[in-house]
Design a protein around this ligand. Structure first.
Ligand SMILES: [Zn+2]
Length: 125
């Protein structure tokens, strides 16, 4: 009977033990893979759920950045673009669907740069 270290908590345990007596980590290879499969399943289920969840912050940020870029004057646009950028960033971090959020990041960045140049040009007169 050999002693092995639990990969989870580091306690010395018998290699014939089915699980760690300290933390319950499954040592037996078959059980460990089942354990991982369960984790995998949970992860996938979560991803599927998030995937079906529409990226509302991303879409809102996209529309705001687009309207700001086309219609808003530079002084207003520079603040709105920063706001849209932050909202889009939240959309990227919290949702699996990132299309609108990424488009919003691009638009907000363009809007910000344009507004910055607009302000510099206006200020130089
Ligand atoms: Zn353990």
């Amino acid at each position: 009977m050999a002693l092995v270290l639990c990969p989870e908590c580091g306690t010395s345990i018998s290699s014939s033990a089915k699980m760690c007596p300290s933390c319950g980590y499954p040592i037996n290879e078959k059980k460990r893979s089942m354990y991982d499969d369960l984790n995998e399943y949970d992860h996938n289920a979560k991803n599927t759920w998030e995937d079906s969840d529409f990226n509302t912050p991303g879409l809102v940020a996209f529309i705001v950045a687009l309207v700001s870029l086309i219609f808003f004057p530079v002084f207003l646009s520079i603040f709105v673009s920063v706001g849209a950028f932050i909202v889009a960033l939240m959309g990227i971090m919290n949702y699996q669907r990132k299309g609108f959020a990424i488009a919003a990041i691009v638009l907000a960045s363009i809007d910000f740069v344009f507004s910055l140049f607009g302000i510099i040009i206006l200020a130089s007169f």
